[in-house]
Design a protein. Structure first.
Length: 252
């Protein structure tokens, strides 16, 4: 199975792992595609019954975490996601049972009065072959995947979401309050719009960016700042006269 799937490397400050395309596209992998049909025809109605929810559709991908890979704390609260699920494929038959010391556990957090995650984690679910885990997505559904330390084989899962018809009714920012002790005397007028490349400001570009973030949870925007802004920044940097070395020269 691993050899038949095209794996894309997902890497940023929040996560590092390999991911496939949506498994609905993996018809060349019969066992994986059959699992997609199982999710659609069997798992979806069962979870609807257990949760008393109604789902409109689902998405799922294969994820592979090798040594050093991780996924930091987040809540999955995006658009109309209702239930997150994880199906564990590894360790496979004949491999030794996955232990907590090997990392890769699904780690669950409690939240404070502002619905923000509290450390340390309160529960760890260690990978186990043929294990299906699901939970409600909401403002308190903070979780992460611990760093994988196993060198013998990877952590492989099929994971995704069941979706509702409407956008999520919960807004995680509703209860947050801010106390700004510093005020700006002179208003900054359209500062961000002036420095951003105009190619990213059109309605179609914004929609495309939003779609890619929702699909891939990441995006790379080349030439993000306008050329005029970059020239000004470089000019000011060249005019700085008081640069100081912050480490030994041999380490530069």
């Amino acid at each position: 199975m691993v050899e038949k799937i095209h794996w894309d490397r997902k890497q940023m400050d929040l996560f590092e792992f390999f991911q496939s395309t949506d498994i609905s596209n993996l018809k060349h992998c019969p066992s994986i595609y059959k699992f997609y049909e199982f999710l659609s025809t069997k798992a979806k109605p069962l979870v609807e019954k257990l949760t008393n929810m109604k789902f409109s559709n689902l998405t799922a991908t294969c994820s592979m975490y090798t040594r050093g890979d991780y996924l930091l704390v987040h809540d999955d609260l995006l658009s109309n996601r209702r239930i997150a699920f994880v199906y564990y494929i590894s360790p496979w038959e004949s491999a030794k049972e996955w232990s907590e010391e090997m990392g890769g556990a699904l780690e669950i957090f409690e939240t404070d009065d502002n619905d923000l995650p509290q450390f340390p984690v309160v529960r760890k679910i260690t990978p186990k072959d043929n294990q299906f885990v699901f939970f409600k997505v909401g403002r308190k559904s903070f979780h992460q995947v611990g760093e994988v330390t196993c060198t013998d084989y990877p952590r492989i899962t099929i994971n995704g979401w069941f979706y509702g018809d409407d956008d999520h009714p919960e807004n995680p920012l509703d209860k947050l309050t801010s106390d700004f002790s510093i005020s700006i005397k002179k208003p900054i007028k359209n500062c961000s719009l002036e420095i951003v490349n105009k190619n990213f400001l059109s309605a179609s570009a914004k929609q495309e960016i939003q779609s890619q973030i929702e699909d891939n949870s990441e995006i790379k925007l080349g030439n993000f700042f306008s050329e005029e802004f970059i020239r000004k920044v470089f000019k000011e940097l060249r005019e700085v006269k008081s640069w100081k070395t912050c480490s030994n020269r041999k380490n530069l």
